[in-house]
Design a protein around this ligand. Sequence first.
Ligand code: MD3
Ligand code: FE
Length: 216
Amino acid sequence: MTTLDLFGSPAEGEREWLGSQAVVLRGQAAPCAVELLDAVEAIVAQSPFRQMVTPGGLTIAVASTNCGALGWTSDRRGYRYDGIDPLCGRPWPAMPGCFMHLAQQAAADAGFLGFEPDACLINQYLPGTKLSLHQDKNERDFNAPIVSVSLGMTAVFLFGGHDRGERAFRISLHHGDVAVWGGVDRLRYHGVMALADAPHAQLGNRRINLTIRKAG
Ligand code: MD3
Ligand code: FE
């Protein structure tokens, strides 16, 4: 049986397989959370969080920025990866060493050796923010996994199938959890339910999610 504490969070160190090649590594980022958040603060000072616009003209609820050689952006012209932050006209801030180390360790733990990420999308959620079901398919190489790091407020993550209509599983992602998915699970539909207003002790009314990817 899964060990639960008084708040219903699984114990640190547990591994929960969502698919044959998708796993949540509970609390794996907890020891380096302060280092990760300090690095996010430095990135945001160069390339601030901003709400992007979809090709259809809708404003995305989640506020985003990036680090690494490539960054994910969206505007009226489409979704794409770009080496330049369109907001400030300069390259995205470099990928911090702690992002790299954590992502490569987590990928290896999940069975993906030789992960060489070149992009990290940093998403900020506030209470009420949700992310609709979607696939991550703007990357060039679907053989590389994606590593996700959850910081701050808890989110209910939706883990669906390969068709939008398939029933999605719900799983809570807590501060410090790391998810890795690749292989047969790489193109699953996924999303995040509207966040509850339940402030986190360190981060307050925010959830920050890092998705570390090989985009190019
Ligand atoms: C997908 N972010 O930025 S990552 C995104 O939690 C994005 O903020 C979400 O989707 C977030 O594109 C989800 C977590 C995650 C975990 C396991 C998965 C995504 C997954 C397994 C399969 C597919
Ligand atoms: Fe996604």
